[in-house]
Ligand binder design. Structure first.
Ligand code: AMP
Length: 285
């Protein structure tokens, strides 16, 4: 473990990554991986700590703003980037290695492969952002094969993404434990997100309505309210709080993300816009 806060080693090629990790593997050390797009915050750092607490001897973080998961009209070019700041945070968190490849390294010119997960990636984010999960699954598959970790952590903040990656790891027999990490929130309840930086001061204040409304919907559902009525009331409250449009606010089966089934775990999911910023959140019921 990098406990003396030595400068964080950064590698940019798959061969350098494997070379660095080889002695750890030879020594039988347990290795954890935390894939990110950078602009790190406490949510990301909690994933590194979780893997350490689970007994990983080494924790590797990756930073790659993955073009394959952005549509042409989305925010790839202006996605926040601060590698020096991120490296300082990862050093303080005791991370052992940062893999920050170039786009060229991840997608050389003849690159032609796409990993597609059906079913769980179709609804919700899959409808709103049809290109998204194909890009995520392809890059996460590559990172898991490149680093070959024992465990990899993903946040429940992006719950559908977590389910897609779990499905992929099972379907492709990837020898990795996918570790879910609870959502880290700001003091007012807003889920931490790199994209929160885009919110104007006023929108930042309005944004706190999202988790509050979702928690009220969850409470209503637990109290026996009709799910469609509770969701419709929540959507109206978000609209009244300035969210426009609300892409979805819906109760779903927590595993398949299909319609809720009696006697099975359920979750509430929402995505909504505040001006130019799209926020997502979800809660267990
Ligand atoms: P990103 O950099 O947004 O791609 O996120 C990288 C990883 O951090 C993903 O597994 C996210 O789900 C996770 N993550 C992002 N925000 C949070 C948060 N507020 N709490 C927990 N995990 C998070």
């Amino acid at each position: 473990m990098n406990s003396l806060a030595l400068p964080l080693p950064i590698v940019r090629t798959v061969s350098a990554l494997r070379e660095r990790m080889e002695p750890w593997r030879a020594a039988g050390e347990r290795i954890g991986l935390v894939p990110t797009m950078g602009a790190l915050h406490e949510g990301h750092l909690s994933l590194t700590r979780l893997l350490r607490a689970r007994g990983c001897d080494r924790v590797v973080a990756t930073i790659f703003v993955n073009p394959a998961q952005f549509a042409p009209h989305e925010d790839l070019a202006r996605y926040p980037r601060d590698e020096a700041g991120d490296a300082a945070l990862l050093t303080a968190a005791g991370v052992d290695l940062l893999f920050a490849p170039t786009t060229q390294e991840m997608y050389p010119p003849a690159f032609s492969t796409k990993v597609t997960i059906e079913g769980v990636s179709a609804p919700l984010e899959g409808e709103a952002r049809p290109h998204f999960f194909g890009g995520v699954a392809t890059v996460v598959a590559k990172l898991l094969i490149q680093a070959a970790p024992d465990e990899a952590a993903f946040g429940e903040k992006d719950y559908q993404q977590l389910q897609v990656i779990r499905r992929m790891a099972i379907d492709l027999d990837l020898p990795v434990i996918i570790v879910p990490a609870p959502t880290v929130r700001e003091a007012d309840g807003l889920a931490m997100s790199s994209r929160n930086k885009y919110l104007s001061p006023q929108a930042r204040m309005q944004a706190a309505a999202l988790p509050k409304v979702l928690e009220a919907c969850v409470a209503a559902a637990r109290g026996g309210a009709d799910l469609a009525d509770a969701a419709a009331a929540g959507q109206a409250e978000l609209e009244a709080a300035g969210f426009a449009p609300v892409d979805y606010l819906t109760f779903r089966d927590a595993d398949t993300l299909g319609p809720p089934q009696p006697g099975r775990p359920m979750r509430l999911f929402a995505a909504a816009w505040l001006g130019p910023v799209r926020l997502i959140d979800n809660f267990a019921v």
